[in-house]
Write a protein that binds this ligand. Structure first.
Ligand code: PMP
Length: 292
């Protein structure tokens, strides 16, 4: 039985209910985070809570909890669900804050309404070995989303439709293009490797500032790989030596086919092999409580 946290109470997921008047339900008026925990230790917690703050600021909603209150709740949910998580106790925590439920459905913000706070966790398997052993297929699609993609909003319908379009073409991810530039994946950030250089688009309102992206950049810089945060033209993506997609659950996923064509020579790239080894070492350090 999965335990969740809802508005101050820990309870079985089957018993957790919210009002049909909740603005998350009616308007998608809320934000969320997904945080991995390895061996029960939260991964990049400080960075995730910082991004949560930025998302809440972005929708003009006060943070209902302090960082230490968040940490206590997340750890309690993880601990409660530990028996479901297998021997390595890897889990992903999902948290969501909505603007709460008001008496009437009205677009403008309600007054004196308590936000809804929800936390759940689920076992976190290693990324699909079929993808890390042979590489994934990706397709390019036009970015049809709004102008505030830096906010991790629960309003994910465009991302859902784009990901499904990719899946319908037997691809693991859609790489989104706006004005001939690479932006990000439907649920991941994009890296391009060209002539030994590690390139990724700079942060902007058009993309989510991925926590995995930042860690990959940090690890690559520590390893003295030449890195650049720079606009990436669609044409460069099509001549890339390697393409990676990063996210908390997929880690660093190598893309070996783009729109049906081989990326580089179509095999796993040497720079990816370097970065994934560093990433796995970092994960192991988190599991042992030696890094966060
Ligand atoms: N971009 C989008 C649109 C995403 O949904 C995600 C994953 N939630 C990411 C990037 C990657 O972010 P992170 O590395 O923090 O998981």
């Amino acid at each position: 039985m999965t335990t969740v946290y809802l508005n101050g109470t820990f309870l079985p997921v089957e018993n957790a209910c919210i009002s049909v008047m909740d603005r998350g339900f009616l308007f998608g008026d809320g934000v969320y985070e997904v945080i991995p925990a390895y061996g029960g230790n939260l991964f990049r917690l400080h960075e995730h809570l910082n991004r949560l703050k930025n998302s809440l600021d972005g929708i003009r909603l006060a943070n209902p909890l302090s960082d230490s209150e968040w940490e206590t709740i997340l750890n309690e949910v993880l601990e409660s669900n530990r028996p479901l998580a297998g021997t390595n106790n890897d889990q992903s925590v999902y948290l969501q804050v909505t603007r709460g439920s008001a008496e009437k459905r009205d677009h403008s913000f309600p007054e004196a309404v308590r936000p809804t706070v929800f936390v759940m966790s689920a076992p976190l398997p290693d990324p699909d070995p079929a993808l890390t052993d042979c590489g994934a297929a990706a397709v390019t699609l036009d970015d049809t989303r709004w102008q505030h993609c830096n906010i991790k909003a629960v309003t994910l319908l465009p991302n859902v439709l784009l990901r499904q379009q990719a899946k319908d073409q037997n691809a693991a991810e859609a790489i989104l293009i706006r004005d001939h530039r690479v932006i990000e994946g439907s649920a991941s950030n994009v890296f391009v490797i060209k002539d030994g250089n590690v390139l990724t688009p700079p942060k902007s309102q058009q993309m989510l500032p991925g926590i995995t992206r930042d860690l990959v950049l940090k690890l690559a810089r520590q390893a003295e790989l030449p890195c650049k945060e720079t606009d990436i033209e669609e044409a460069l993506l099509r001549t890339a030596d390697e393409i990676w997609l990063t996210s908390s659950t997929r880690e660093v996923m190598p893309v070996t086919r783009l729109d049906g064509n081989r990326v580089g020579d179509g095999s796993l790239g040497p720079v990816w092999k370097t970065i994934i080894a560093l990433y796995r070492d970092y994960k192991a350090a988190v599991r042992q409580g030696k890094a966060q």
